[in-house]
Design a protein around this ligand. Sequence first.
Ligand code: SF4
Length: 216
Amino acid sequence: MGIKERYEQVLRWFRENRPLAETELNFNNPFELLVAVILSAQCTDKRVNQTTPALLRDYPTPEAMSLTSAEVIYEYIKSISYPNNKAKHLVAMSQKLVKDFGGKVPETLEELTTLPGVGRKTANVILSVAWGKAAMAVDTHVFRVSHRIGLVPKSCKTPLSTELYLTKHIPEEEIPKAHHWLILHGRYQCTARQPQCNTCGLLEFCKEGVSLSIQK
Ligand code: SF4
């Protein structure tokens, strides 16, 4: 199967079978999303969703969060992974938002990646989910699933090259949704250790699916 046909088939399958793909993080505005995404590194969305209500009730804006300390934030987030670093990042990120961006979450990759705790992946999630832009955040699920299906060649060995290949081949208006399609498929169907190929709707279009389903 050629690359163009594979993209067409895979995107059509997701479109028809996963019409409601969206983030599993709870948020009400771009700042809340930014806080949640920073907290979600190496941590489940479920755990983050248990943590953010109290934190954002007491520190609902960049201004409020910028005036507190990492020690105080730590107490709210200590049940998630890397709480020390994340607490420092949240306070420093809020201070920079207030100082350089008038308390508003920026809308460009260049500006977002100047914020403490915000790398390219986090910035792309904000661009895509908060601002609806054609940005593809490549996390471990997107990387694994897109390689297994054969949406990207083996030569794309890094998240960045994978991101660039995917965004070149997926229609621009569909990129924000495709990001969630690949993440959710990786979380629930095409899992790292036990991909459920035998019940996967993508099996006939998937490069590695046949061999993985035979191994089971
Ligand atoms: Fe993943 Fe298997 Fe489905 Fe391919 S067929 S996407 S490897 S679960």
